[in-house]
Write a protein that binds this ligand. Structure first.
Ligand code: SF4
Length: 368
């Protein structure tokens, strides 16, 4: 698996804590050079089944720049013929020609940052697009891609359940293949954080957010989207193979500023600052040596994100010990709380467990 981080956006959204900035043409070009350098240096003969261009807004790069990065990956790795090749894009940054170009570069999955179909909410979020641009981009994209995903947010300032209802109505009409949902988190360093501190962010009450979450998670399956992960829904056969790879503990290379990598033992991360990354010295640090114990914990709390949960036999095969011998007390406790179900070898979150996932995951940290 390969992740490529493109840290540039047209404008900084009001809620955004991602590693992204507004970049000049020269800055982007220098960044692409640095990226290709890193890819060439770290390349090996690993088979690559999924490649994901995320950001930021990767579609702020030119097609020629994207091609340069893809060529470096192709030269440095063993990219499989059926590779899932995703690029994130934002409505308002792509037109018909650009989409055609993405398709001809080999991208076969498009992930669009729609967030909402409500113009007032999009304005509050500081997005560059309106609902019309979102609808136009999705409609156009479907001419070139048969695997289109959209991101939607809930719990937004002033948002009501009716707004969410209308968003899901749009999903139904536009008939995309995949939907990811995100509850708003107000993070330090964002404009929303400042507004919240000044008491000027009109966030919905907790129970209103819970109603939105319940509505989305009940309605999407009712209109033909299978919930395969806490926040992800897809038509059959359109699960994100790349993201499933993270949740099942696969190794991955992360290229670019702030990108993380995992080689099965070491978790490393690149420096976040774009200029430092481009300077190309000491760009990577080891974040964590993943011990056997940590690997067991991760197997559980990442795997439990998936609706199918974790498999006791796989755990035993991977670690040579029974999951109930290591996590028996945690599993019991969460079963008693109605958050986990054990069915034969399968262990998975209940519906209630899905909404309280973080509490269950925390329990699986043996160090605590
Ligand atoms: S488009 Fe995405 S990455 Fe860029 S500023 Fe907005 S939220 Fe952040």
């Amino acid at each position: 698996m390969i992740y490529v981080h493109i840290p540039f956006c047209r404008r900084k959204c009001n809620y955004c804590a991602f590693n992204s900035k507004i970049g000049s043409v020269a800055e982007k070009s220098a960044y692409v050079d640095a990226l290709t350098r890193e890819i060439n240096l770290r390349g090996d003969d690993s088979a690559v089944e999924t490649i994901y261009f995320g950001g930021g807004t990767p579609t702020t790069l030119t097609l020629a720049e994207l091609e340069k990065i893809l060529r470096a990956i192709d030269t440095s790795f063993n990219v499989e013929s059926h590779v899932e090749l995703t690029i994130e894009a934002n409505p308002g940054t792509v037109d018909e020609n650009y989409l055609r170009g993405l398709k001809s570069l080999g991208f076969n999955r498009l992930s669009l940052g729609v967030q909402s179909f409500n113009d007032a909410l999009l304005k509050i979020l500081g997005r560059i697009h309106d609902s019309r641009a979102a609808i136009e981009t999705i409609t156009l994209a479907k001419n070139f891609f048969d695997n289109v995903s959209i991101d939607l947010m809930y719990g937004l300032p002033t948002q009501t359940l009716d707004d969410v209802r209308r968003d899901i109505e749009h999903v139904k009409i536009l008939d995309v293949q995949h939907v990811s949902i995100y509850g708003l988190e107000v993070e330090d360093g964002t404009k929303f954080f400042e507004l919240a501190r000044a008491g000027k962010l009109d966030l919905p009450a907790e129970n209103a957010c819970a109603d939105m979450y319940d509505f989305i998670t009940e309605t999407l399956p009712a209109i033909g989207y299978r919930r395969y992960e806490i926040s992800n829904f897809a038509r059959e056969n359109f699960f994100s193979r790349h993201n499933v790879g993270y949740w099942t503990g696969k190794k991955y290379f992360g290229f670019g500023a702030g990108a993380h990598s995992f080689d099965g033992k070491l978790r490393t991360s690149n420096v976040r600052d774009v200029a430092t990354y481009c300077a190309g010295k000491n760009i990577s640090v080891v974040e964590e040596v993943v011990t056997r114990r940590a690997a067991m914990e991760e197997f559980c709390f990442l795997g439990l994100r998936l609706v199918d949960g974790i498999d006791a036999r796989t755990f035993e095969k991977n670690f040579g010990v029974k999951i109930f011998d290591v996590f028996g007390a945690v599993i019991d406790k969460n079963q008693r709380r109605g958050l986990l179900t054990v069915d034969g070898d399968k262990i998975f979150l209940t519906k209630r467990g899905m909404s309280l996932g973080n509490e269950v995951f925390a329990d699986f940290l043996l160090e605590q």
